[in-house]
Design a protein around this ligand. Structure first.
Ligand code: PRX
Length: 698
């Protein structure tokens, strides 16, 4: 059985250490919401046997304007029985913005800090309380209403990590519209594709942002995207623009202008230092202008628990991104509950998640999970290594962060600088450290634990997906003895199974497809505008199960080890990309006849892109072509998708029926020669030729 995860096992070869168990830190276990495996097992069992009893108890903590009289949970997970659907609390009425804000303000918590905003530059910081946030949200809700946005309309958001991003999403949710956030690192083309697919009627963006010392002219990119939309006869009603760049500290290199290697200052700012933006009076309005004269009160629109809350695009193996749709009620319960238990959140904690809100981690664990729990968080605009490699640790010390959540790729990046930048800061406030986005290698896990956590923390390696809405496999920090590299056990409501290629269940120790047997409240409900694709992608391969697309193994103690994607998906620095998406961008180049893209192990990013390109007749493989192809991918998808390696492929390893054997390409990319059986290749000699052209590790 080829599950495509042989390459992962190399990375994951279990060291003596990784089989070691690490008990929850005493300081966490002592006060934990769930402080023993026995308690976890009882709660988990109840959540599977009696989902209604389990989740209706949790729902009591939230405000429902009306309780539905129908079934609490209704679903079909089996394509053989008809349409796939999941409904939690259908008929009940609520609003997530009300639950994130009003509920706490009405309980007298308005003065509590919701966010410590920390800028890209350490000189920039701001405090946002729950009542500030509520007023700002109401103002923006009123603006959106005045611009004709109403319940069910899609609003695209293309913004950096600033307070207004949180305000925008909650304002959209407050009036029952649907937000579709596009990560600020995506290109104009990617933004346009998503806006067109979502049929967005409004856009909220920002003039520009500094990311480290790089200037990202978001409005300019958004303007290009709007041009693309217009060419397809799709117009938005309004583009609300936050004026941001002039209120923050510019990096030193920019302040000195082009002389210091940062041309941004010259090209994007006028002589008086003002940032230049294009302006279209028909749609563009400044955020600060439109919020000036509107009321800071706005009653929420009461939504059915099963009404859409947001959509978020994730890569699909066909290359066309899927608009993953989440609904109000189930997502709310799941975001709140996973936040509370996985990070063992208590009042007084200071929580810091480094993810960008443009990804699902930011949706659930920067905005919704923390706010639903009335938490105080750090909202960070910058990057881990600017202006120095101790930036995260500096922030942790400054705010006395107790719960910290980041990605293995960031941990590996920071590990490279050694222990010294960590040890400079007092990190004794830390109690729980989280990891997300890809399997964490035991070496990074142990560094995180020993150096960052001073061996006195609980580590939670949280496995989940855009589609799952929240953590689905994770240790609980007060209960679960952790094994480095294992996401451990299913969260409440999640019923894990491993299946073999034929769909037979693997019980006990073993390895197979990771699937879930029944719905948890946070599961996606559909792919926007394409329910059939939803059913095909997640439910057709193994009727009766939600298929994650990942492989996993279960060890003798029942621990789950997620081994990575088993489809044509790549995970670069924790971001999913489809091979097809990158290939289709490359073949648009006039000199490329065919392209095949695979993952190559990378010691910081986890995986990086290795591209094989076959050229058109007469074309030469030159450095110029390689850089043109990189630019092409950057401009069609975004900078984070830039390939690390591009090599010439005079021929590709194809079966006689013309199918590219990707497992052979993956081996070549990794520099390995144990190809297994290649007798079905139409021309086995191409393998050696490809090896000859293989670029060495950088
Ligand atoms: O392959 C798994 C990997 O990331 C995929 C989901 O990507 P995305 O929808 O972009 O969401 C990322 C953030 C939740 C999964 O199918 N993945 C995520 N977390 C882990 C992981 N793989 C192993 N261990 C994890 N903790």
């Amino acid at each position: 059985m080829c599950m495509g995860y042989e390459r992962r096992c190399v990375f994951f070869k279990m060291s003596g250490d990784s089989a070691q168990m690490f008990n929850p830190a005493d300081k966490v276990a002592k006060i934990s919401h769930c402080s023993s495996m026995e308690q976890y097992r009882k709660m988990h069992e109840k959540s599977l046997k009696d989902p209604e009893g389990f989740w209706s108890e949790i729902a009591k903590d939230f405000h429902f304007e009306e309780n539905g009289l129908g079934q609490f949970l209704d679903y079909n997970f089996d394509v053989r029985k008809g349409k796939i659907y999941t409904k939690w609390m259908a008929g009940s009425k609520t609003n997530i913005s009300y639950n994130c804000l009003d509920r706490h303000v009405l309980a007298g918590k308005g003065d509590q800090v919701a966010f410590h905003w920390e800028g890209n530059d350490p000189a920039d910081a701001e405090i946002v309380t729950y009542s500030d946030l509520m007023k700002d949200v109401c103002r923006m809700s009123n603006v959106l209403k005045s611009k004709g946005v109403s319940k069910g309309d899609r609003v695209a958001i293309y913004m950096p990590m600033i307070k207004e991003l949180v305000v925008a999403m909650l304002a959209v949710a407050r009036i029952g519209a649907v937000h579709s956030i596009v990560f600020g690192g995506y290109s104009a083309g990617s933004l346009a594709d998503r806006m067109l697919d979502a049929e967005a009627s409004a856009l909220i963006t920002t003039d520009a942002v500094w990311r480290g010392s790089k200037l990202i002219p978001l409005k300019e990119i958004a303007d290009d995207a709007l041009k693309i939309c217009r060419a397809k006869n799709t117009n938005i009603k309004v583009n609300i623009v936050v004026k941001h760049i002039s209120r923050v500290t510019a990096p030193q290199s920019a302040a000195n202008g082009a002389a210091n290697g940062n041309p941004a200052k010259k090209t994007h700012f006028d002589d008086t230092g003002n940032f230049k933006v294009g302006w279209d009076d028909k749609v563009d309005v400044w955020w600060h202008d439109v919020v000036k004269d509107v009321s800071s009160e706005c009653p929420p629109v009461w939504m059915d628990a099963e009404d859409p809350l947001f959509m978020l695009y994730t890569s699909g193996s066909t290359g066309k991104p899927k608009g993953v749709l989440h609904t109000v009620g189930g997502y709310m319960l799941y975001a709140a509950t996973t936040f509370k238990y996985s990070f063992d959140y208590h009042p007084g904690d200071i929580y810091f998640c480094t993810a960008d809100i443009g990804w699902i981690t930011g949706h659930t664990y920067v905005t919704y999970g923390p706010l639903l729990n009335n938490a105080t968080s750090v909202l960070f605009e910058g990057v881990p290594t600017y202006p120095h490699s101790g930036r995260f640790w500096e922030i942790i010390e400054k705010y006395k962060v107790s719960k910290f959540y980041t990605a293995p790729t960031a941990i590996r990046t920071l590990m490279k600088y050694g222990d010294e930048p960590v040890k400079k800061y007092d990190l004794s406030s830390l109690a729980v450290l989280g990891s997300v986005g890809e399997p964490i290698n035991p070496e990074a896990w142990l560094w995180y634990y020993r150096v960052v956590g001073d061996s006195n923390v609980s580590i939670v390696d949280t496995f989940w997906q855009t589609e799952t809405g929240g953590h689905v496999i994770t240790p609980l920090p007060g209960a679960t003895p952790a094994k480095p590299g294992s996401a451990c056990f299913p969260f409440f409501g999640v019923d894990v199974a491993l299946l073999d290629e034929e769909g037979r269940e693997i019980k006990g120790e073993g390895e197979g497809y990771l699937v879930f047997r029944q719905p948890w409240p946070g599961i996606m409900r559909t792919v926007y505008g394409n329910h059939e694709r939803f059913e095909t992608t997640y439910f057709k391969k193994f009727p009766g199960f939600y298929c994650t697309g990942d492989g996993a193994k279960r060890d003798k103690d029942g621990y789950i080890w997620v081994t990575g994607r088993i489809d044509d998906m790549l995970n670069v620095s924790g971001h999913l990309l489809s091979t097809a998406q990158v290939e289709s961008s490359m073949v648009e180049h006039e000199h490329v006849a065919e392209a095949a893209v695979v993952a190559r192990p990378h010691n910081v990013k986890g995986e990086c892109l290795h591209c094989f390109v076959t050229l058109t007749q007469g074309a030469d493989f030159t450095d110029k072509l390689v850089s043109e192809l990189k630019v092409k991918v950057r401009s069609t998808i975004g900078p984070f998708a830039t390939p690390d390696y591009i090599q010439l492929a005079p021929g590709l390893p194809k079966t006689r029926s013309g199918k590219i054997m990707r497992r052979v390409l993956r081996k070549i990319a990794a520099g390995e020669r144990d190809f297994g059986d290649i007798s079905t290749l139409a021309d086995p000699s191409v393998v050696e030729v490809l090896f000859e052209h293989r670029p060495n590790d950088k």
